[in-house]
Write a protein that binds this ligand. Structure first.
Ligand code: GDP
Ligand code: MG
Length: 178
């Protein structure tokens, strides 16, 4: 975070983590461009986008979002993105227990290696696929609560709760950034 040398909006460095295919890139695209592209490409390495968010006190912060690749072969790069990050969204797919287990692994890794002050939100994506749900909202919410994180179920496809992910992070950032 912090202010740029030229002044202006405070910038929030944020990283998206989670298994390949959970919808990280689609969530960013929905948030930044208001679009959903069902044939979007697999992320290679990491991608960067930035977008302003209005805070409840009506000031504005600029999110600098690092969208990482979930594949194992890129796992060793993750610290480059979460180190120095003010916020992280750890994403799983509500239709995949495996992706939820992977999300828990990311939570542990951040608790061990990221900044103590990092704001983490646990995101259950693909909430539009209720009929295929494999991770209960109650279980995920309880886990998030135990670990001091917010929990949001969202859908990049329908746009349900997508801006809430970023607003929740903004609301939990330390006051010094506002
Ligand atoms: P990433 O590997 O985490 O970046 O995942 P992508 O954003 O590339 O998405 C993986 C697949 O999930 C793509 O086929 C998307 O179309 C699909 N997808 C992403 N978000 C949603 C969602 O909210 N609902 C549904 N039904 N599909 C989604
Ligand atoms: Mg991706």
């Amino acid at each position: 975070g912090g202010r740029s040398a030229a002044g202006g909006m405070p910038r929030i460095k944020m990283v998206l983590l989670g298994d390949s295919g959970v919808g990280k890139s689609c969530l960013v695209l929905r948030f930044v461009r208001g679009q959903f592209d069902p044939s979007s490409k697999v992320t290679v390495g990491a991608a960067f986008m930035s977008h302003p968010v209005a805070l409840p006190d009506s000031s504005t912060v600029k999110f600098e979002i690092w969208d990482t690749a979930g594949q194992e072969r890129y796992a060793s790069l993750a610290p480059l993105y979460y180190r120095g990050a003010s916020a992280a969204a750890i994403v799983y797919d509500i239709t995949s227990k495996e992706s939820f287990a992977k999300a828990k692994h990311w939570v542990k890794e951040l608790q061990k290696n990221a900044s103590q002050e990092i704001v983490i939100v646990l995101v259950g994506n693909k909430s539009d696929l209720e009929q295929d749900r494999d991770v209960s909202a109650e279980e995920a919410k309880a886990y998030a609560e135990e670990n001091g994180m917010e929990h949001v179920e969202a859908s990049a496809k329908t746009a349900h709760n997508v801006s809430e992910i970023f607003e929740s992070i903004a609301a939990h950032l330390p006051r010094m950034l506002n």
